[in-house]
Design a protein around this ligand. Structure first.
Ligand SMILES: *Cc1c(COP(=O)(O)O)cnc(C)c1O
Length: 390
């Protein structure tokens, strides 16, 4: 029966569930144990070995969601990213990395890789040619993120998988922004799919976790390093994450619809000079996004007209809160220049196309009429402020 389950929401609710044989409860029992009797000498159950009953069950759900053979759950997205990258790279190796990636991943690469003797190149753009141009004799992996943060750039999954295969490289993706609801990179030939489960999988801004999905062989290889690095997730949080994922399909689909609505509203607005959202036909890679995504996601970015004060605008919002993280059921905004990308030089931000007035918008599940009313009242305050200044 379980093997025949294919529908997204059915996988979310049922797959990889632990059965409560004793009391027939509707939810997975939670096993908090750190000590288990040996079943046989080969199975040593221990949270840091990633093989407690709850960890194993949730990993099955995540593997099913990503159309993968196997998965592992980590204590954070960065634990999943660092462990996965270092499982495939050793001293003397080189990795090609997408021009714009999550800030924490960027820091991992530029601050830590030299210590391990691993070299890297960032691409100049997002096309397959941009990636192929950086491949060297000792290149072992390609690392991408699509849609990217904060400008929602789209990288072509099929094209990256194809050049990775041609050059015998491992292709890896940070699939956090799309979530497994909107994008399954393995279907396009990508090898390793990584998530910050802190975002859409958790979805309620109360869980920090990570995950990686791939083939049995690659997961075994990542697990080897994962045991030594020790980035496992506590069983209580595993259990909470399982509960959160039950509603991921309906949450993310609602966020897709809201984000599309908000993107169209902002695009048509006289006070807004730019909107970045893969679901808009004006997005430069809208056709690629359409080919590889089932929904365009809940993240977008926009810029106010240059004469309007973007930081006063954010302070004037009442319902939509400025917040560092994203993907919760509540809508949040963030200024990349002041927060996530503040450590980059002004020049580097400019190179990446991040304007000072850029606002990243994580669209929640509220009614769009309330979100629009909030933006309208904030814009009115900002326009009044401008008149006073004149
Ligand atoms: C948040 C995030 C991460 C890091 O995840 P943590 O759970 O905070 O460690 C990685 N990639 C992307 C795209 C993210 O948004």
């Amino acid at each position: 029966m379980k093997n025949q389950i294919k529908g997204l929401n059915t996988i979310c609710t049922h797959f990889g569930q632990l059965e409560d044989k004793e009391f027939k409860g509707a939810v997975s029992p939670l096993y908090m144990g750190t000590a288990y009797a040996f079943e046989d000498i080969d199975v040593k159950r221990y949270p840091r070995y990633f093989n407690t009953p709850n960890q194993v069950a949730l990993a099955k759900k995540i593997a099913a969601l990503e159309h993968a053979e196997a998965a592992l759950i980590f204590g954070s997205g960065m634990a999943a990213i660092s462990t996965s990258l270092l499982a495939f790279l050793r001293a003397g190796d080189h990795v090609v990395i997408q021009k714009i990636i999550y800030g924490g991943t960027y820091n991992l690469v530029v601050e830590e890789f030299e210590k391990f003797g691993i070299s890297y190149s960032f691409t100049d753009g997002f096309s397959a040619d941009d990636f192929e141009a950086k491949i060297q004799k000792n290149t072992k992996a390609i690392y991408i993120e699509t849609p990217s943060n904060p400008l929602l750039n789209i990288t072509d999954l099929e094209a990256i998988a194809s050049i990775s295969k041609k050059h015998g490289l491992v292709s890896m993706i940070d699939n956090t922004f799309a979530s497994p609801v909107n994008q399954n990179p393995i279907d396009f030939g990508i090898d390793v799919v990584i998530h910050s489960a802190t975002k859409y999988m958790g979805g309620h801004s109360d869980i920090c976790a990570g995950a990686v999905a791939s083939t049995e062989a690659y997961i075994k290889r990542i697990l080897g390093l994962a045991k030594n690095f020790g980035g496992s997730l506590s069983d209580y949080t595993v259990w909470l994450l399982e509960r959160s994922i039950k509603t991921m399909g309906i949450r993310v689909r609602a966020q897709n619809a809201n984000a599309q609505h908000m993107a169209e509203y902002l695009y048509a607005h006289k006070d807004i000079s730019a909107v970045y959202y893969p679901g808009l036909p004006s997005h430069p890679n809208h056709d690629v996004a359409e080919k590889q995504m089932k929904g365009f996601g809940g993240m977008l970015s926009f810029e106010l007209n240059a004469d309007l004060d973007a930081s006063y605008f954010q302070k004037s919002l009442k319902l939509i809160k400025p917040a560092m993280s994203l993907a919760g059921v509540e809508s949040t905004v963030l200024s990349p220049t002041l927060t996530s990308h503040s450590l980059l030089s002004a020049e580097e931000r400019k190179r990446q196309g991040i304007a000072d007035g850029l606002i990243r918008f994580s669209v929640g599940i509220e009614e769009t009429e309330d979100l629009i009313a909030d933006i309208e009242q904030a814009l009115e305050k900002v326009r009044k402020e401008k008149e006073v200044a004149i």
